[in-house]
Write a new protein. Sequence first.
Length: 298
Amino acid sequence: MKIGTRVTLNLIIVFTVGILISGIALASVLDAKAQGEVNSKASALMEMNNSIRNYTNERVQPLLLPKVETEDKFIPESIPAFSVREIFEYFRNDPEYANFLYKDATLDPTNLRDKADQFETQIVNKFRENPDKNTLSGYRTISGAKLYYTAKPFSVTNESCLRCHSTPEKAPKSQLATYGTENGFGWKLNEVLGTQIVYVPAENILNNARDSFILITGIVVMVFAVVIILINLLLKRTVLQRIKNIASVAEQVSVGDMNADFGKQNKDEIGDLAEAFNRMKYSLEIAINMINKKRDNR
Ligand code: HEC
């Protein structure tokens, strides 16, 4: 194998391994960054929803509860879970946030729009099996869109909630009139009943991470390719071409052409080699002349 080919091959191997290792590291860094970004959005929304819940509970409900007891139709604005969901729907009216979702996904909800679907039921079951877990997160695809979700377990910790969520007999008449007697009853204290789950679109953020990955890796590959080409050129110009010349001159000298010349050489290792060959050529010339003279004298 020629020296140039061998050097190129070795460089390609070293660079490929380098690009692979740095590529894996870069991918995991970008992935963690993208995940951190969607996660921080989801966490902020979750906190916001809790604030709405507390506000409705402390400030709105006390004003409306008397009406809930007396009017025929239930006033859902008195319910924190309702406020959170409705305010989130307002938030989703902005096209930029249309793909965000929030749900009080409950196994047996009062309002059936809060019913946990199959995926959310699995999350609720995970929380039931692991009581120490207080968040689960990951990716889920809903109608073609990739979403990142953060879920927290929901359980009733306050006896007062059970007035409306234990048996229809205890609940206000207006609640039964609006929601019926079938759904949202039989809840038990401290049992995981559902999950508060926020969905944040992840597609753009993940695509951005992928684009950055392709761009950075592309630049690195290009830089390496240029380096390989430059090293090759340099090797050819400063070493290989000159050695070839010296070899061909030496070849000519070896077949008796004493006029063959090594030419002007740079002052470097190869120049020294040419110089040494030159001296050898002269010594050879002198030796041959001496032999010829001796033969002529005979
Ligand atoms: C006055 C009756 C009443 C009380 C008290 C009450 N709720 Fe509700 N709750 C409701 C009604 C009615 C809904 C359905 C609202 C809607 O239309 O979204 C509801 C909905 C919910 C939901 C959403 C899931 C579902 O069932 O649709 C959660 C979670 C919830 N309540 C938790 C609680 C907690 C926790 C408490 C105690 C802090 C509590 N509730 C107290 C009547 C009540």
